[in-house]
Design a protein around this ligand. Structure first.
Ligand code: NI
Length: 162
């Protein structure tokens, strides 16, 4: 396993539209493990493969709730409800935070590393992390959606980087 370099800011890898994963190979499983290791090392709550320069539809999320670590392949939002605006950050934009309007509750369907189809209904931080990470798979960054941006001197309470 290895900790990968997280791409930042204007890196073109962050703008690529990631490709669907057709087959779960040992390399795909290893990559998910490395994404998780990289996310924990950076003290984030989510990471998407394009953030480490790999244009595949893979995300990892751990918002430290009962779901634990989620390693998901080809995630899709299949239902959404409500809207809310809260502060958000991104591991690819260290020290930057901003208010982003997102769906309040989402249902995500994905494939897990064992090839099972899973559905997860999420609200709060987990719902936000899903939307943020799935955006990364489409080359969309939170700074594209932000309504007010600010530069933080340090990590601030109430904002998680994803
Ligand atoms: Ni991000």
């Amino acid at each position: 396993m290895a900790i990968r370099v997280i791409r930042t800011k204007e890196d073109p890898a962050l703008r690529e539209v990631a490709l669907e994963v057709k087959k779960i190979t040992p390399q795909i499983k290893k990559l998910l493990d490395e994404l998780a290791e990289t996310m924990y090392d950076a003290e984030g709550v989510g990471l998407a493969a394009p953030q480490v320069g790999i244009a595949k539809r893979l995300i990892v999320i751990d918002v430290q709730d009962e779901n634990g670590l989620l390693k998901l392949i080809n995630p899709l939002i299949i239902a959404r409800k409500g809207r809310e605006t809260t502060p958000e950050g991104c591991l690819s934009f260290p020290g930057v935070a901003g208010e982003v309007e997102r769906d309040e509750t989402v249902t995500v369907q994905a494939t897990d590393p064992d090839g099972n189809t899973v559905q997860i209904c999420a609200s709060g931080l987990l719902a936000r992390a899903f939307q943020h990470e799935i955006d990364h798979l489409d080359g969309i960054l939170f700074v594209d959606r932000v309504t007010s941006l600010r530069i933080a001197e340090n990590s601030e309470a109430g904002r998680e980087e994803v």
